[in-house]
Ligand binder design. Structure first.
Ligand code: TXA
Ligand code: MG
Length: 324
């Protein structure tokens, strides 16, 4: 089992020392938990890929304290990056720029670009301060699985990783991964939508941005359709078709409905909130809970409400569903 530690100055110092030694540390961010390694330590990076079962061509995000630290990993800290960092950092926005030659190619899956973000979570920031350098961290789940929003989720995904330290900082506030924005393209492209919206980015930049479509041969593997999926097959279903789907199945199913739904046995209800931010904060834990019920199928009510956060959620739900 990994070692799970409550957060205090001693455990932060221990985690930073472990990172310096080339070990892997899972830590909370405001979006989801990350599986961190020293950005400049190739052996540590390799361990992150191996532990996740992640293909070594899928690039990692480098977590930094601020723009000055971001400059260590990019060729040029361009004006667009500076404008966005001023407005959205620390926070859930990852910026793709050209990778500095000093950063091992493995940190970016062999690409000459690198994603950087400055997390706002106090534990992530305390760790970055104690470590005093960039920390590369993918979401701390097995590759392809639902991202972790609790320390417990990390423990569940890596039961055999005795050398893994997990800093337990409680639930992640946002609950879905950062917006990933590619600034090496013109106009800039959102590769993964998140809580920082296209409109907010365009306003900060004073220029339009494009929203990339999920495609199988993608320039960003996390944007491929089958990703972020629970183990149980998942269908996205319109609200008015949920009851019909349930009554036509004798195999137990779990339903994530928005608000109350009178679910007949043997099926089960996980009631989701109608507020997008609350929904996001609960989604991954709910999908993981649905997985543990050993139901044959998960039905998720297709959200229809407008809004950027709902769009980001539809993006994640679409990918969770497409593997079925
Ligand atoms: O909120 C988050 O972003 C979390 C927390 C831990 O910071 N991290 C996260 O990392 O979600 P990960 O590795 O699970 O997802 C990063 C996504 C992947 O889809 C990856 O392919 C894409 O960003 N990405 C990273 N660097 C890239 C690059 N240089 N070019 C294109 N896509 C990149
Ligand atoms: Mg991930």
């Amino acid at each position: 089992m990994p070692r799970r530690l409550a957060v205090n100055p001693d455990t932060i110092a221990e985690a930073a020392a472990l990172l310096k030694d080339g070990a892997i540390v899972a830590f909370p961010t405001e979006t989801v938990y990350g599986l961190g390694a020293d950005t400049f330590n190739e052996a540590a990076l390799r361990r992150v890929f191996a532990l996740k079962g992640r293909p070594e061509d899928n690039p990692l995000i480098a977590h930094v304290r601020d723009a000055d630290e971001a400059r260590l990993v990019v060729v040029e800290w361009i004006a667009q990056a500076d404008a966005l960092a001023t407005q959205f950092w620390p926070g859930p926005l990852s910026l793709i720029l050209s990778r500095h030659a000093n950063v091992p190619a493995l940190a970016t899956g062999g690409r000459d670009t690198i994603a950087v973000r400055s997390p706002s979570h106090p534990v992530a920031r305390a760790l970055l301060n104690a470590f005093d350098g960039p920390i590369s961290a993918p979401s701390a789940n097995r590759s392809g699985h639902v991202s972790p929003t609790l320390a417990e989720h990390v423990l569940n995904d890596f039961p055999g990783a005795d050398d893994l330290l997990v800093l337990d900082g409680g639930p992640s506030e946002f609950g879905i991964e950062s917006t990933v924005l590619d600034l090496t393209q013109s106009p800039p492209v959102i590769l993964r939508p998140g809580s920082v919206s296209a409109e907010a980015i365009a306003a900060a930049l004073g220029e339009p941005v494009t929203v990339g479509k999920p495609v199988r041969q993608s320039s960003s593997p996390g944007t491929s359709p089958a990703h972020y999926a629970p183990r149980t097959p998942l269908d996205l279903v319109a609200r008015d078709e949920l009851l019909e789907r349930l009554s036509s199945s004798r195999e137990p199913m779990v339903v994530l409905a928005i608000g109350w739904l009178d679910v007949p046995p043997p099926h089960r209800l996980i009631m989701m909130p109608g507020d997008a931010d609350l929904y996001a904060a609960m989604l991954y834990d709910s999908l993981r809970k649905a997985d543990t019920t050993k139901s044959r199928r998960i039905l998720v009510e297709r959200p229809t409400a407008p809004g950027d956060m709902w769009d980001a959620l539809r993006n994640r739900l679409g990918r969770a569903a497409s593997s079925t």
